[in-house]
Ligand binder design. Structure first.
Ligand SMILES: [Cu+2]
Length: 296
């Protein structure tokens, strides 16, 4: 079946979220699709905001480009040697110079009205109900759920296994990362060896995994499904074999999964740490008043 490139790309884009055929529970899968164009469908509010911001920038870029093109055409036609044989000799025009300084500044200020709130939304980690640590290794991802006591190693399915299970080869893994739907998840990202990057495009997250350092990001996916991501830092020869598979499931299913991995369920309502009682300073601990420095 040969379709035109554009027709194929558009059709693929429409079916970006594709139904998994081989999985018992009908779950939607979101990930890269051959020949598709545009961003993957947003699974989180942040990813939707990123897509909206991208679209806004596209309009601005298009307008600026067309305006510059129009200016160039005008100059070429109006001031070429034939149309304007004796050019004027002036080299400055204060009004024009002020305009071409102020207008771009205003455009940038306008863009910042949208970009800064989005940046804050991405960078401020909200109160999280679940913490997961993703650890990059050459070449696989390990996931650790410190509060549940679950540690898993995630390896891509072999081509035969993927085919047998009707799963996408080089995207599906043997041990996916499980996450309950509608929950703020804090991701701690680090690495054991070289720099990797933990990225799930449909969540709008991409965080560098740097050895000896922990980076943070967060996401909240309301809709259950399977979401694919990848290591997005060129980390070595098998960089392409570090897929990320996230299963967003119901809370009950997540708890079943935690128990199946030998983990413990965090208490439903985590008791806030008791505030340390302010200890009255012992009288003899009071710092002696500092004697004023005497000159001389
Ligand atoms: Cu990597």
């Amino acid at each position: 079946m040969k379709r035109g490139w554009i027709g194929s790309a558009l059709a693929q884009a429409l079916v970006y979220t594709f139904a998994a055929t081989g999985i018992a529970a009908a779950q939607t899968e979101t990930g890269p699709v051959n020949g598709a164009i545009g961003l993957q469908p947003a699974a989180t509010e942040v990813a939707q905001d990123i897509a909206n911001f991208h679209d806004l920038l596209l309009w601005i870029i298009t307008a600026v480009t067309l305006f510059v093109l129009a200016l160039l055409l005008y100059v070429m036609l109006r001031f070429n040697k034939g149309a304007n044989p004796t050019p004027k000799k002036f080299t400055h025009n204060l009004t024009v110079e002020v305009i071409w300084t102020v207008v771009p500044v205003l455009i940038l200020v306008f863009i910042s009205l949208f970009s800064f709130p989005l940046l804050f939304k991405q960078e401020r980690i909200p109160q999280a109900e679940l913490t997961i640590k993703a650890i990059g290794n050459t070449w696989r991802w390990d996931y650790s759920y410190p509060d549940q006591g679950v540690d898993i190693t995630s390896l891509p399915l072999s081509e035969e296994d993927a085919k047998a299970q009707n799963r996408p080869f080089r995207m599906a893994v043997d041990e996916p990362m499980y996450v309950p739907a509608g929950v703020n998840v804090r991701m701690l990202v680090t690495s054991n060896d070289v720099i990797h990057a933990f990225s799930v495009p449909s969540f709008g997250i991409k965080e560098d995994a740097v050895p000896g350092r922990i980076n943070e990001t967060w996401f909240n996916v309301p809709k259950e499904g399977i979401y694919y991501g990848f290591c997005q830092e060129l980390c070595g020869t098998l960089h392409g074999f570090m897929p990320i598979e996230v299963r967003v499931v119901s809370k009950a299913e997540f708890e079943r999964w935690v128990q199946s991995k030998g983990g413990q369920l965090a208490s439903a309502e985590p008791a806030p740490a008791a505030p340390a009682a302010p200890t009255a300073p012992a009288p003899d601990a009071t710092p002696a008043p500092v004697a004023p420095a005497t000159p001389g």
